[in-house]
Write a protein that binds this ligand. Structure first.
Ligand code: EPU
Length: 420
């Protein structure tokens, strides 16, 4: 469904908001449900469009799915056909995670190149190289892939990832949790979502060591069982509402900040002058003065996360001085700043990976289009402080990753309406 947000800027945000479960945790955890014929219950599940699509794919593969209030129960007694259709694969990058899960469960997987946000080249070469190291035969025909087990059991092996790819690490864990081999993944990704996946698999009976480190050891087991698991909350959403509070001159208490380390998302906020106070599962944010940051560079966890970059760029438009923002992960993530420039921001694109932001700038309402989840949300934040009305078209893209955007912002005092 195509939808748009209509936002009247200028309201201070204040009050309490609860953040949802981490989008990038729930998707690999849902894929892991395919590794057992028993029921798996997952809690703190965000109500976002990507979860809906993923559940549809699971059902298409033969799983039964029961959705409750932020809870999902999945049971896959049998996989019908280990195929991710081109239509499903095209809808989200995380569809690739089902390849690892299908390989673990059935020893074969057929899939298409995954789609998702267009924020740069999003290869899967490291996933495929990893599958080969696991003793699997990989057949590529244009953008269609067939991967098959060559022998009864996965051999023991060591995989060194050229870069700590998030979904790549998760895929290789999913593909090797069942079996007889011992697989060591070096230079593995350590993001909280990788940790959630490993914790859930261990509760299912997997033997994964080194969880949360860059060297993960998976001792294959014969069988995995059902479990109940609550995923961690979304630190990108935490950063988003923190910036919303600061740029509108408000004060927001962000709740449900459970089961993850806030520091990588929070330290640049503090550096830019935000007052951040943590009390148990809540984080309160306000700002008296927003300061420019001389250089903010994305990094692998526990570094500054790329998915917060667009949001930080909006924060920098309201900071006094010049900020340099550098995202080496994706080559197209920065291009949305042309829309901020059209709103009145003073930004220079140095190259596809770096922008210079001079602030503070007064922003004006515009008719805009959301290019992807994160840049779309960044435009929503800019619209909240713009003078006049803004229309954010293709808002459905934002809702792929953010739960109840309109309801949450409106409850904090924003003037925002959704039109389908
Ligand atoms: N890469 C390759 N080859 C590979 C794997 C990755 O070239 O085999 C490159 C990608 O092209 C990309 C970079 O490495 O330039 C990062 O890839 P990575 O595999 O780490 O990212 P991802 O698995 O595609 C996940 C998140 C992204 C997040 C990145 C980085 C999920 C479903 N997606 O993507 O989340 O940006 O890690 O942290 O977990 C988002 O939530 O908006 C989002 C895009």
């Amino acid at each position: 469904m195509v939808s748009k947000y209509i936002i009247d800027g200028g309201n201070k945000l204040s009050g309490k908001v609860k953040i949802s479960g981490n989008k990038n945790s729930i998707l690999p955890c849902l894929a892991a449900c395919l590794l057992t014929s028993e029921e798996v219950t997952i809690k703190n599940v965000p109500r976002i469009a990507d979860v809906g699509v993923f559940l549809e794919i699971l059902q298409n593969l033969g799983a039964s799915v029961e959705v409750g209030d932020h809870t999902v129960k999945v049971r896959c007694k049998e996989v019908k056909k280990p195929l991710i259709t081109e239509e499903f694969a095209g809808k989200l990058r995380a569809s690739i995670l089902l390849a690892g899960a299908l390989l673990g469960r059935t020893g074969r997987a057929e899939f298409f190149h995954p789609g998702g946000d267009i924020i740069g080249r999003r290869g899967i070469d490291l996933h495929l190289e990893g599958f080969k190291s696991l003793g699997l035969k990989v057949n590529v025909n244009d953008h269609r892939y067939k991967v098959l087990k060559k022998a009864e059991n996965n051999p023991s092996c060591k995989i060194f990832l050229e870069m700590p790819t998030v979904t790549g690490t998760e895929n290789l864990i999913l593909a090797s949790a069942l079996g007889e081999g011992c697989v060591v993944i070096k230079n593995a990704a350590c993001e909280p979502h990788v940790v959630d996946l490993c914790k859930m698999l261990n509760l299912m009976g997997a033997k994964i060591e080194g969880v949360g480190t860059s060297a993960i050891k998976i001792n294959g087991v014969e069988k995995l069982k059902g479990t109940e698991f609550s995923i961690g909350s979304d630190y990108i959403e935490l950063g988003t509402y923190a910036v919303a509070a600061a740029i509108t001159g408000g004060s927001v208490e962000i709740g449900n900040c459970c089961n993850f380390d806030h520091d990588p998302a929070v330290w640049p906020l503090i550096k830019m002058g935000l007052i951040v106070k943590t009390d148990g599962d809540s984080v309160s944010v306000s700002a008296k003065k927003i300061k420019a940051i001389p250089r903010l560079v994305t990094n692998v966890w526990p570094g500054f996360p790329t998915d917060l970059m667009s949001i930080m760029i909006v924060l920098a438009t309201q900071a006094r001085g010049m900020s340099l923002m550098h995202d080496w992960v994706y080559e197209s993530r920065m291009f949305f700043v042309d829309k901020l420039i059209a709103m009145g921001a003073n930004i220079t694109i140095a190259d596809p990976h770096r922008v210079l932001i001079y602030g503070p700038s007064k922003l004006y309402g515009r008719n805009l289009e959301s290019p992807d989840i994160r840049a779309g949300m960044a435009l929503v934040l800019a619209a909240l402080i713009a003078s006049g009305k803004s229309i954010i078209n293709r808002a459905e893209l934002i809702e792929r990753g953010y739960e109840d955007v309109v309801e949450k912002l409106a409850s904090l005092g924003a003037s925002i309406e959704r039109v389908d």
